[in-house]
Structures are given as C-alpha cells and as structure tokens.
Design a protein around this ligand. Structure first.
Ligand code: RIB
Length: 281
C-alpha cells in the first residue's frame, strides 16, 4: 500500500562545481564533476519515502541511467512498479553549483515527456494513495490527470508548480496545497509581495505554501495566514531543497500533520539538505 504517490520526473544530474557562473560567451574552469540521481519527482519521492510508504510514477529510458535511477529509488524504499521504461533516453540535467550554494539547471526531459495521462490514471487506480504529489517537469498532461484522479477519488492533491508555467484552473482548484517559491508565486499571481501572492492564490487553491528560502515559508489555509520561520544554516548546495520540502510536506500530511506543522518539518529537512554537497548527502 502506498500512502504517497509521486507523479513526476527522474533525471541523471551531471553536477559541476564552478567558481563562477559563466556569462554569455565566457568560459570558466570548473572544479569537480559528479553524477547523481535527480529530477524533481525522484527527489520528492526519496524525501517522502524516508517517512511513509511511497511509490514513484514516471518514465525512464531503456539505458544505464534509467537502471541506475530505478536502483537508487529502490534503495530508498520507494516503489518503482510504475517507473516504466520507454524508448526515449532517460532525462538528464546539467547542474552548475557556485560556492554560494546557488545553482542553475538545464533539464533535458527525454523519457519524462513520455509519461502519459493513462500511465498516471492506471498507476493511481492500482496504488490508491492517500496523497498524490506532483510537479511540472513532465508537462501538464500527467499533472492534470493526477488532479482529476484525486478529486474523483476524494484524495489529497499536492502540487509543486516547478518549473513554473501557466497552470490550468482545474489543477490549481485541486491543489491542497499549491507549493511555490516566490518567483513561481509571482508568475502565477502577478503579485511580488508573498502575502499578496498567497492571498491571490488562496482564492484559486484549497491551500497555499510559499517557500521563502532563508525567510522560511508562508502558509495559507482556511483564510488563515501563518509565517513559518526558517532554521538559519550555511548553504553549500541548494539543489533539491524545494523537492525535499515538498516530499517531506506530503509525507507529513499523509501522517495526519496539520499543514503548518508539516511545513515546519519540511523546512527543517530542506535546511539540513542544503548544508551538504550532493556527494555527501
Ligand atoms: O530541483 C532539483 C532538480 O531539478 C535536479 O535534480 C534536476 O534534475 C532538476 O530536475
């Protein structure tokens, strides 16, 4: 039985530590190259699987990268029955990390784009999770399918609108919560101030969480706005912080936490993660 099902992307991340982020036309000498399991969906699934029974629904290529991602998910106790091979190559991400811990990422979605509406509906019918968590890296068809399935089956839908794009009203209407950072909140609400953005998004979603990095998070639920403080840490690599936040939040909701409590623990998990480089997580 899966408590949480994560519908989403899995990538092999090629991570380069670089002293500075190259600007257009510039060449920079990097310091270290390493490969890691990634993808917003896979990262979220691994975070949730550490806390509650979790399955991953996604697509990988019939290649070494796909087999590696599958074995890593299994090592982290995430169900992989619906992490299926397809003819397109496994997704990849090129991740540049600078000494301030910030990153820039280019994703080559590959097999992730093959995840279909039917894949999602078939998997969810079989897994029957209490909570479905998704993000936008596989395109909108799987996300829309997941939203519709949760509404039809009276289950909870959690969506992390990242990487952000315009989201159908039906998806926002099912979100409980919608999780976004400040930039994503601005894209969806046109409000720069987090409180105004939360209030605007709260008119469309059941609940909203806006993550604010070192400023913590804002939670809006039943017209009540709460500020969640952050644990202050020194970041060496923020890659996957938002994914850990979403995965832990979904798992804690599955364990019946209130949204504000779940957001507090999710923030702690993200703060812990960013203090280590990927090779030491
Ligand atoms: O959120 C971090 C993730 O974004 C990376 O693992 C990369 O694969 C991209 O999906």
């Amino acid at each position: 039985v899966s408590t949480v099902a994560v519908v989403g992307s899995a990538n092999l991340d090629l991570v380069v530590l670089t002293p500075t982020r190259p600007t257009a036309g510039e060449t920079v000498l990097g310091e270290n190259l390493s490969e890691h399991a990634g993808g917003k969906g896979l990262n979220q699934a691994m975070a949730a699987a550490g806390l509650v029974p979790t399955s991953f629904i996604g697509r990988h290529g019939d290649d070494d990268a796909g087999r590696l991602l599958r074995s890593i998910l299994e090592k982290h106790n995430a169900g992989t029955t619906y992490f299926r091979p397809t003819e397109t190559a496994t997704g990849r991400a090129i991740v540049l990390v600078t000494p301030d811990g910030e990153n820039s990422i280019t994703v080559l979605p590959g097999a992730n784009r093959q995840l279909s509406r039917d894949d999602v509906l078939d998997a969810l019918d079989d897994l029957d999770p209490a909570i479905v968590l998704t993000q936008l890296e596989c395109g909108l068809a799987p996300v829309t399918a997941a939203a519709q399935w949760t509404e039809a089956n009276h289950k909870r839908f959690v969506v992390n609108a990242s990487p952000v794009t315009d989201v159908p009203e039906a998806v926002l209407g099912a979100a409980d919560p919608l999780i976004v950072n400040q930039l994503e909140a601005f894209h969806l609400s046109r409000h720069e101030a987090p409180v105004a953005a939360a209030i605007a998004l709260g008119r469309q979603c059941h609940s909203v969480v806006i993550t604010l990095g070192s400023q913590g998070a804002l939670v809006l639920e039943s017209d009540k706005l709460s500020q969640i403080p952050a644990t202050q840490v020194t970041a060496v690599d923020t890659t996957g912080a938002g994914d850990a936040f979403a995965g832990v939040l979904a798992a804690r909701l599955a364990a019946s936490d209130r949204l504000t409590d779940a957001a507090r623990l999710a923030g702690l998990a993200a703060a812990t993660l960013i203090q280590r480089h990927r090779s030491h997580r």
